[in-house]
Design a protein around this ligand. Structure first.
Ligand code: 8YV
Length: 310
């Protein structure tokens, strides 16, 4: 392909922006007039986007000659995958390189929400220790861990949790023949059994509000929900209601339904840990994700193939 036109749909960190600008024939969508896609969409060969910015069916329709979408991130719920595939448009994401950090963060949220590290840190910083001890919290080691979504990240969470002597069971669309962990086809049954229910499944229509009031009720007053997947997987109103009523024991959340907006009702709950979608956000992992986007771009430009195609 002779010097293809690459469209970058949103801002990335400077290092990434600069390398894109330096090495490719690049257009930055946000610097263009509103009607850029309507007027010039036919000139776009490759889109560079992210799990956050996505690529909608409307955008796709405005780019009749698009051949590839290279996305920064492993989630593709914000990309119109079906429409793209129907047109033969190839899609790459950045799998695997972020598994460690997302699984690490899941463990961090398990420990923090149970042991209330963030809330007890506040206790010290606000001078409250001088007035009294922090209340007792909940143990992590040896507890039951239910994992929803047993893909690469779910398995890496299991690996870590095994080091905490946790009993592990999982719920997935299908049982994994390569795994010795117990498979639970019934999500509510898994929630009833679990002390911690960790969400590591993809977002999108198939998992929308998979965790509803009934699942939260099954998890129960001693149960803790951990979400490092997508906010859309949880009925957030039901989650807030269960936490307010005390029918759910706690939550550790890195993702929300309407990011960056987080329900304010959660702000004052010591049994809830709130993170600003930082699962993959370490220097090392973000650099690896960037490099994988460039590997995909280069492979597509050189030989029409993506390295980590969906
Ligand atoms: C990033 C993510 O926050 O990989 C994903 O799907 O959600 C995260 O790693 C995202 O890619 C940044 O846009």
């Amino acid at each position: 392909m002779s010097r293809p036109n690459v469209l970058q749909v949103g801002r990335f960190p400077n290092r990434f922006n600069e390398r894109l600008q330096r090495d490719y024939q690049l257009t930055r969508l946000w610097e263009q007039p509103q009607d850029f896609l309507a007027e010039h969409g036919a000139t776009v060969d490759i889109v560079v986007t992210s799990a956050r910015y996505g690529c909608s069916a409307e955008q796709l329709a405005q780019m009749p000659n698009l051949r590839a979408i290279c996305s920064f991130g492993v989630g593709y719920d914000s990309i119109a995958v079906e429409q793209a595939k129907a047109r033969g448009i190839q899609i790459s994401t950045t799998p695997d390189v972020l598994n460690d950090c997302v699984a690490d963060l899941a463990m961090g949220l398990i420990i923090d929400s149970a042991r209330q590290m963030s809330a007890s840190d506040q206790h010290v910083r606000q001078g409250k220790w001088l007035k009294g001890q922090y209340p007792l919290t909940r143990k992590v080691s040896g507890k039951n861990l239910g994992i929803v979504g047993f893909g690469r990240i779910g398995k890496d969470i299991a690996k870590r949790a095994a080091g905490f002597d946790m009993a592990i069971r999982y719920h997935n669309r299908r049982q994994d023949p390569g795994s010795d962990y117990g498979y639970e086809a019934d999500l509510k049954a898994l929630a009833r059994w679990a002390d911690f229910l960790v969400l590591a499944c993809p977002g999108g229509a198939a998992t929308h509000h998979l965790i509803d009031a009934a699942v939260l009720e099954a998890l129960g007053a001693d149960g803790i929900l951990i979400n490092i997947a997508r906010g859309s997987v949880v009925d957030e109103q039901a989650l807030v209601a269960a936490l307010q009523a005390g029918t759910l024991g706690g939550a550790g959340l890195d993702v929300f339904e309407d990011e960056p907006r987080v329900p304010e009702a959660l702000f004052t709950m010591p049994n809830v840990v709130l993170l600003p979608h930082v699962g993959s956000a370490t220097e090392e992992t973000r650099l690896a994700m960037e490099n994988l986007v460039f590997d995909n771009l280069d492979a597509f430009i050189e030989r029409g193939e993506l390295v980590t195609a969906l």
